[in-house]
Ligand binder design. Structure first.
Ligand SMILES: [Zn+2]
Ligand SMILES: [Zn+2]
Length: 353
């Protein structure tokens, strides 16, 4: 039990509060944050490029090139930096939730979430103690690998780790949609009425635990296979200290939650989830519910038959939870407590029945 009158305990609480808040404020300076400045900048540049192409296709021949670029930039700012978008109550709630959850999640919930290295340790213990497989020390001690083979193994590990990570995220997201109890927690993300990059953080701590733990299991398993059968020093290729593919996709991913319509050209739109795929995932229309659950690779949605390919021209999508009244999702207390209230109600109804 925490003794709040103990100066040491108080110091620890205040230290954690200030530390987590500082991390949240300085997130744009850290590449492991979704809102790292370079990812935001690349999303902005891509947004301008995509909108310019769409604008060029639809604008008339009469105006001069200079007129067109001025009216385009004006139109771009008017639509994508609109006051009605960025100061919409739903967008402001996303920002408040970002700061509060930046303290609440790491202090109260993160210790429960699984981490990939811990999964590797558990699997190592099982294989060492129960099955009798010992982890290798270095590739050279196993197969006497040359530099080319080590590079090949590293490329394969980099690719498999990413597939496992993306597949794990798809499974976690599908659980959140298909399990009626977990859906109560995931509803918070879908209750957003407008999308800005801060909507990525509108995720209930319970939802986050699932979204962190399932990929930790899948990537932990893949890493264990390599640690066990190739080398315990195995690592993937990195960029800015992140998995190279995760880092590259981060340059596009902020467009998932912004009113810029980016689709990928064929045949890439069959293999990758574009930001427009994800915007369709947020649609309140019943025919779109539960579609496009993937994050980067489209193979999972195609296998699970939940893929809906967005049209190349921007679609007019009403966001939200379908016919549900969204006024009940307008405060921080709603976002944190609504799922528990719903579950309590369901349990109470079950008892009565
Ligand atoms: Zn989303
Ligand atoms: Zn979802």
């Amino acid at each position: 039990m925490l003794d709040f009158l103990n100066p040491e305990t108080l110091y620890q609480i205040i230290y954690q509060f200030v530390f987590q808040l500082t991390l949240a404020v300085t997130a744009p300076l850290r590449p492991n944050s979704d809102i790292y400045w370079a990812y935001l900048l690349s999303a902005l540049l891509l947004g301008i490029l995509v909108t310019a192409v769409q604008h060029a296709r639809t604008s008339t021949q009469e105006n001069t090139a200079e007129d067109k670029s001025v009216s385009f930039l004006k139109g771009f700012c008017k639509k994508h930096f609109a006051k009605t978008l960025w100061t919409h109550p739903s967008a402001l709630l996303d920002m408040r939730f970002y700061f509060v959850n930046a303290i609440v999640f790491p202090c109260l919930f993160a210790p429960i979430a699984l981490q990939s290295p811990a999964v590797v340790d558990v699997l190592n213990n099982i294989s060492n103690n129960w099955v009798g497989v010992t982890e290798s020390v270095h590739p050279a001690s196993w197969w006497d690998l040359d530099l080319l083979s080590i590079t090949a193994v590293k490329v394969i590990y980099t690719a498999l780790f990413f597939v496992a990570y993306d597949g794990g995220r798809f499974v976690a997201h599908s659980l959140l949609h298909d399990n009626k109890y977990l859906w109560e927690f995931h509803k918070i993300h879908h209750s957003a009425q407008v999308l800005t990059p801060f909507t990525s953080f509108r995720v209930h701590p319970v939802d986050l635990i699932i979204m962190v733990s399932v990929p930790a299991l899948t990537t932990g398993f893949v890493t264990w296979l390599f640690v066990c059968f190739v080398s315990k020093d195995i690592n993937f290729y990195t960029l800015l200290n992140l998995h190279i593919f995760i880092c590259l996709f981060n340059c596009v991913d902020n467009l998932r939650h912004w009113n810029v319509w980016l689709t990928y050209p064929a045949p890439f739109d069959r293999w990758l989830i574009s930001p427009a795929h994800h915007q369709l995932h947020h649609s309140a229309a019943q025919e779109h519910w539960g579609c496009n659950r993937g994050f980067e690779l489209a193979i999972w949605d195609r296998l699970y038959k939940t893929i809906i390919t967005p049209s190349k021209t921007p679609m007019n999508i009403k966001l939200g939870l379908g016919d549900e009244d969204l006024t009940g999702w307008s405060t921080l207390a709603h976002l944190y407590l609504n799922p528990f209230k719903s579950l309590f109600k369901q349990a109470h109804n079950l008892k009565k029945a």
